[in-house]
Design a protein around this ligand. Structure first.
Ligand code: C5P
Length: 213
């Protein structure tokens, strides 16, 4: 298969030196990329700013903002057999980026934010992607309801849900504990595991879904 994977956080600029971002390390997405490579797949990895060396993928694209990630996906998703959206994309960006560093003046500073592009949500509706689609749901509450809602709303074959309110798993940790929700109504909770091991399991799911198409 040719598999497109997004990984890591995005950075949304506030002014020339500041940005809005999140705690995503990119470990989960990179683990999936490595597992896919091990199984002989062609991998396109689109990553926000992370501290890892890129694995030996067919194409590696480094991006910063949600808009850049959207453009990189839009350009490459056609012709892919599967796509995994593991990136923690910022949902909002600063509406008017200041051209100069913002000075400390008043006691309060208000930033007006606007929505970013929903990349995963554009796959079916805008990019007309027909391949196997796997999204992630990072939640701090109502894990199951939110994951199921994302599954249908975004037209995914799978949503991989994890609870990011826990300190021992998820963001910036080596381990994760996920529940895989399938479009067929099934769900499977995997035991807490190294992200490397979870990556292999997720690639297996992609392979099976691709074969059943
Ligand atoms: O942030 P949220 O939990 O809603 O993300 C759900 C899924 O949507 C993830 O797979 C994430 O990579 C993707 N996403 C995206 N573009 C966004 C926000 C989220 O592709 N702007």
């Amino acid at each position: 298969m040719r598999i497109l994977i997004t990984a890591g956080p995005t950075r949304e600029p506030i002014d020339p030196v500041r940005y809005i971002s999140n705690r995503s390390s990119g470990k989960m997405g990179y683990s999936i990329a490595e597992a896919a490579l091990e199984n002989g797949h062609e991998v396109i990895l689109i990553a926000g700013p992370v501290n890892w060396a890129a694995p030996a993928v067919s194409e590696f694209i480094s991006v910063e903002s949600a808009r850049e990630m959207y453009d990189a996906v839009a350009e490459r998703i056609t012709g892919c057999d599967a796509a995994v959206f593991c990136a923690a994309v910022s949902d909002y960006r600063v509406a008017k980026v200041a051209p100069e560093k913002i000075k400390k003046t008043g006691d309060h500073l208000t930033l007006v934010l606007e929505k970013t592009e929903d990349i995963l949500g554009s796959c079916r509706s805008v990019f007309r992607f027909k391949g196997v689609l796997m999204g992630f749901a990072a939640e701090t509450g109502n894990l199951i309801a939110n994951a199921k809602d994302k599954l249908t709303r975004k037209g995914c074959d799978f949503i991989v849900a994890n609870d990011v309110s826990r300190k021992d798993i998820g963001f910036d940790q080596d381990q994760n504990e996920v529940i895989i929700f399938g479009a067929d109504g099934t769900h499977k909770a995997l035991p807490i595991e190294e992200k490397r091991v979870i990556g292999k399991e997720l690639v297996k799911r992609l392979e099976a879904a691709h074969q059943n198409r």
